[in-house]
Write a protein that binds this ligand. Structure first.
Ligand SMILES: Cc1cc2nc3c(=O)[nH]c(=O)nc-3n(C[C@H](O)[C@H](O)[C@H](O)COP(=O)(O)OP(=O)(O)OC[C@H]3O[C@@H](n4cnc5c(N)ncnc54)[C@H](O)[C@@H]3O)c2cc1C
Length: 267
């Protein structure tokens, strides 16, 4: 099938086209593969709206335009907490083109950056709408309701409270066996309101509710970590693919969560 690509000036025009069924083209690392395979939608839309590339940092809050690339994240020192995730997206060419917005909609086993954002409690600003939408909701509905993400609002974590780990067979740029991220805010030495997110352990990036339950209110000690690790894979539904079986992913989830939590414990 042939596709036509339209370039529009504003996010509002792009959002209208997406609402009418057009596919949005960001960095194109996934969309262009579909175009080359003759599997893309007949109408593709892109925009030159400069707001898509904005990075705004104020106090403890960060706003990333949906068109910000992984390379731009890596070039910004104020975004250091996101570097471990951005660095793990493909090779240099993919990081130069691949965007924050595109990563939210990338199919399994992709979406490593979205895993980090989900653990951080980020919100998606939808084009033409005010107020952010929790990424948890967007991740749940992403295949059902095509809508254009304009930007991501993300709290900047306190030093030592956030960690990300990706496990792949081919290093440095293989796709995920799994990825996992954790935000562990602490009050008086105890974890309050933890967020754990997994990649490649379900149809898309998802929260690790059982790990969060067992971390909440606890000190990050060896005993806590052991308890959390036992329940790491509860409630997750990993797929089987060319990289790993669902059984294998379940088996190793606890090992890698332990590795991440121990890294964070050491600080
Ligand atoms: C060789 C290779 C290696 C890769 N390795 C990894 C990896 O290690 N980890 C990983 O996570 N990903 C990986 N990817 C997948 C991909 O490159 C990234 O996920 C990237 O961030 C996608 O962004 P993009 O801008 O290129 O998306 P595009 O291809 O432009 O778009 C992807 C999808 O997202 C939709 N979309 C894009 N922007 C928006 C928006 N603002 N609002 C709504 N919908 C939107 C598009 O319509 C499309 O459906 C790899 C890809 C390749 C080709």
């Amino acid at each position: 099938m042939t596709s036509t690509v339209e370039t529009v000036s504003t996010m509002a025009e792009a959002a209208r086209a997406v609402a009418q069924g057009a596919t949005f083209l960001a960095g194109g690392t996934i969309v262009m593969r579909d175009v080359n395979a003759g599997e893309a939608a007949p109408r593709i839309v892109r925009t030159i709206d400069p707001s898509l590339n904005d990075i705004r940092i104020s106090g403890d809050s960060v706003v990333l335009g949906a068109g910000v690339t992984m390379a731009q994240v890596l070039a910004n020192r104020d975004l250091e907490f996101l570097h471990p995730a951005a660095r793990m997206i493909g090779g240099p060419q993919v990081r130069n083109m691949g965007t924050v917005g595109g990563n939210l909609f990338a199919p399994h086993p992709y979406g490593d950056f979205a895993v980090a954002l989900l653990a951080l409690g980020a919100r998606a600003v939808m084009a033409g709408q005010s107020g952010g939408r929790p990424l948890d909701d967007l991740m749940r509905d992403r295949s059902r309701s095509p809508a254009l993400v304009a930007a991501i609002e993300c709290p900047r974590p306190r030093a030592g409270s956030f960690g990300f780990l990706k496990v792949s067979r081919v290093k440095p740029k293989g796709v995920s066996v799994l990825s996992v991220a954790a935000l562990l805010p602490r009050e008086g030495g105890r974890i309050r309101g933890p967020r754990v997110a997994w990649g490649a352990m379900g149809p898309g990036p998802m929260r690790g509710a059982s790990a969060e339950r067992l971390l909440d209110g606890q000190e990050l000690s060896a005993a806590t970590i052991d308890r959390v690790v036992q329940a790491a894979a509860e409630g997750l539904s990993p797929p089987t693919d060319a990289i790993a079986t669902d059984w294998y992913r379940r088996e190793v989830a606890g090992v890698h969560l332990k590795r991440l939590l121990e890294q964070m414990e050491r600080g």
